[in-house]
Write a protein of this length. Structure first.
Length: 216
């Protein structure tokens, strides 16, 4: 059996965009999230570990939310779930928040730091590094109908549109595989950030195809 860790933020957690203004977040059913679709597509020979967290960043401490720094949590996560054959990494959207003031290239650099941690560690079989699939996060959509959210993510639509250029460069530098989600899916127009069920289905199938290619 091959073990795959999916390390990401609220889109890996399965945040339902219909509840963006609710008192608390709600998620899609496990089999409808892209990680569940991935598990269905790959079949029983694969174990899919879903490690999504709302608000998770690449390398930043969020001053308003505790324990959101991906870099701080990643080592324990890798150690906990080893041996891992492959890690799927999709983070960066939350780095667009106003108090980080990070351009797209620096956000991709943050993802690259996590990638190097994975590829220089010992979380894979026989204490070797696992394979890595770096995924560029989806482009942020129109937030003008949600002014409070738009204020938290200034220029997010334009900055996130630059992710493919810089994430692909990081993948090349790391020597890992890359998937541009912006060629495949768009966020729900309801909140401009989170995926709807159709996008989860499409992403899960695309990641499954890429993993089959990587491990063929």
């Amino acid at each position: 059996m091959k073990t795959v860790l999916c390390f990401g933020d609220s889109n890996t957690w399965g945040f339902d965009p219909a509840h963006i203004t609710s008192a608390y977040p709600r998620r899609f059913p496990a089999d409808k999230r892209w990680t569940g679709v991935l598990a269905r597509e790959l079949g029983p020979e694969f174990k899919i570990i879903e490690e999504g967290q709302n608000g998770r960043t690449t390398v930043h401490d969020d001053p308003l939310n505790e324990a959101r720094n991906g870099k701080a949590y990643l080592p324990a996560c890798l150690e906990s779930h080893k041996p891992l054959d492959l890690v799927v990494l999709m983070l960066g959207t939350n780095d667009l928040k106003c108090f980080f003031n990070a351009p797209a290239q620096e956000i991709a650099n943050g993802a690259g730091i996590l990638g190097r941690m994975i590829l220089t560690g010992h979380a894979g079989p026989d204490n070797k590094p696992p394979r890595l699939l770096l995924m560029c996060p989806p482009r942020v959509g129109d937030l003008s109908h949600l002014p409070e959210l738009e204020a938290k993510l200034p220029m997010a639509q334009a900055r996130s549109a630059l992710f493919p250029r810089y994430y692909s460069a990081q993948a090349m530098a790391l020597g890992c595989d890359f998937l541009n989600t912006q060629d495949l899916i768009e966020p729900s127009p309801v909140d401009g950030i989170h995926l709807d069920l159709e996008a989860h289905e499409a992403l899960g199938k695309a990641v499954a195809a890429k993993i089959r290619e990587m491990l063929a």
